[in-house]
Write a protein that binds this ligand. Structure first.
Ligand code: HEC
Length: 121
């Protein structure tokens, strides 16, 4: 009886602490992401991520405004796919090959710092 109790508490502790840990650990580094963003993304997406960079006005398809609910509702994974593969029929080209996976995660972290993700219900 006591053994089962200890085991249950033990398992609960592991489960709770691992999900707590998973919630704390973010995969990218926003500082490195900021440098990448300034070098490659700012000219279209703008200083604060509003989609109003210096090159934005020449584009028919406007760069995404990361503060818009549409972008904030996206998961990190959806942003990663857009950055990695590009967005079809838009000036947003694929960054795979030009940025490493790690750099893409860093830049996503910076985008999230500019415009926090909307909580998913
Ligand atoms: C030449 C201009 C340009 C550059 C440079 C650029 N983007 Fe984009 N980006 C766009 C456009 C245009 C879209 C598509 C907007 C749409 O689909 O309505 C877009 C879409 C995106 C999306 C999808 C957003 C969403 O809500 O679906 C992400 C994420 C993104 N860009 C990140 C980046 C990152 C990170 C960089 C730098 C590594 C970058 N972009 C560089 C123009 C650009």
């Amino acid at each position: 009886m006591f053994k089962t109790f200890v085991l249950t508490i033990g398992v609960l502790a592991v489960v709770l602490s691992s999900s707590w840990l998973a919630a704390q650990v973010r995969p990218g580094h926003p500082d490195r992401g900021e440098a990448i963003y300034r070098e490659h993304c700012l000219r279209c997406h703008g200083r604060m991520g509003n989609g109003d960079g210096p090159d934005a006005h020449d584009l028919i398809v406007r760069p995404a405004d990361f503060h818009a609910p549409r972008s904030r509702a996206r998961s990190d994974f959806e942003l990663l796919i857009a950055i990695s593969n590009g967005v079809l029929f838009s000036p947003m080209h694929a960054w795979r090959g030009r940025l490493t996976d790690e750099e893409m995660m860093d830049v996503i972290e910076y985008i999230r710092a500019l415009a926090p993700a909307m909580p998913h219900l």
